[in-house]
Design a protein around this ligand. Structure first.
Ligand SMILES: Nc1ncnc2c1ncn2[C@@H]1O[C@H](COP(=O)(O)OP(=O)(O)O)[C@@H](O)[C@H]1O
Ligand SMILES: N[C@@H](CCC(=O)OP(=O)(O)O)C(=O)O
Length: 344
């Protein structure tokens, strides 16, 4: 039987000291707990910290985009070598996986990532993912590693997603940890202020936003404090941090990947007839497309909008927008198959 998938994300604030140095006691604690869980789960670690680890080697670092990229290039091998060092007493090898947004928007490519991870798990190796900052430009970036972890969890059909935080979990207005959240609505989102750590990108707003997406896709999420003893093990047991309960969701993995939304690359405006066909769970044909608002390749995800530009559905393209524009005369050209369309 295949093991359930567990995705654990560590933010910069969780694994570094105030001065930006990596906190090796935390990395050691991560290794110990992950080693404990390895027989039970197929695990993906998503770790930030490359920029923090590399920035001291740059002269006059002030945090510009190009300096962050350079710092990440220096810091990634340093970060991974620390993980490797602390996992080695448990005889566990770790593997680096630097990800870019476009790898997620094309399902075939995304499935290759999954296949690579399966290959690693087969040999007991644990993948450690991070955004490939060195080449990710503004448009192609994940908003932060909270998003990367969520897209991995949703696309792989993970059973659990854990977000570490430098605080104990989601804090209420009195500063106490909220033990569980049944639905992440506006009142919960309003608990998070936009404060975030100096070196990280995410913060609590981002964690809650992506926890909402993951829980809607049926994934259990725990936002836990990294400084709690056995924080990871206790988060899984439900005895620490904030548990965000999963919503019932019967979508197959392919549709979940589509519905994660943030993978969208293109956009088309469709007519009334096409909207009616979509409501009846039919495919989208070229005849119903009025305009291509943003281009896309075959295999990529695009949004379908109505004349008021409301997003009605997301779909996986069978053909590129270029071909669609050329072949508009071929009115029954299938732009997206019914099975590849999710109504929102
Ligand atoms: N309601 C809240 N509960 C917990 N943390 C909050 C809340 N509102 C804002 N925050 C801030 O969010 C941040 C938590 O994320 P942090 O551990 O810094 O993450 P990362 O490095 O992963 O982005 C902290 O700086 C914390 O002060
Ligand atoms: N990719 C960057 C981290 C970006 C990021 O998402 O940071 P964080 O909000 O601390 O998880 C790095 O390795 O430094």
């Amino acid at each position: 039987m295949t093991k359930p998938i567990l995705v654990i994300k560590f933010g910069t604030a969780s694994i570094t000291h105030e001065n930006g140095e990596l906190d090796e006691t935390i990395v050691a604690a991560i290794a110990r707990q992950v080693a404990d869980l390895k027989d039970e789960y197929n695990i993906v670690l998503v770790s930030s910290g490359a920029v923090a680890a590399g920035k001291k080697y740059l002269k006059n670092y002030s945090g510009t985009m190009s300096e962050r990229k350079a710092a990440a290039a220096i810091g990634n091998p340093l970060l991974l070598s620390k993980y490797a060092r602390y996992f080695s007493p448990y005889d566990i090898a770790i593997a680096q996986s630097l990800c870019e947004r476009r790898h997620f928007s094309n399902r075939a490519q995304f499935l290759q990532l999954k296949k690579t991870y399966e290959e690693l798990w087969e040999s007991g190796v644990i993948p450690v993912a991070n955004e490939n900052d060195v080449v990710s430009d503004l448009e192609l970036k994940f908003s932060d590693n909270d998003e990367l972890a969520t897209l991995i969890a949703v696309g792989f059909g993970a059973s659990m997603l854990l977000f570490s935080t430098s605080v104990g979990g989601v804090l209420d207005r009195e500063g106490k940890v909220v033990p569980h959240i049944t639905a992440i609505d506006e009142s919960i989102l309003s608990l998070a202020d936009t404060k975030k750590s100096n070196l990280g990108l995410g913060g609590m707003v981002s964690k809650l936003t992506f926890a909402r997406l993951a829980t809607r896709m049926g994934i259990k999420v725990v936002i836990f404090g990294i400084h709690t003893t056995d924080g990871i093990l206790n988060a899984i047991a439900g005895t620490t941090g904030t548990l965000c309960l999963p919503q019932p969701c019967s979508m197959p993995a392919r549709k979940k990947w589509l519905a994660s939304g943030s993978l969208v690359t293109g956009r088309v405006l469709v007519d009334e007839g096409a909207l009616t066909a979509l409501q009846k769970r039919r495919s989208l044909l070229a005849v119903g497309v009025l305009t291509v608002l943003e281009s896309f390749e075959g295999g990529e995800v695009f949004e379908i909008v109505d004349e008021e530009h409301n997003v009605i559905a997301v779909a996986r393209a069978k053909v590129s927008s270029e071909l669609l524009a050329e072949d508009r005369k071929v009115q029954n050209l299938e732009v997206a198959h019914a099975d590849d369309i999710v109504l929102l």
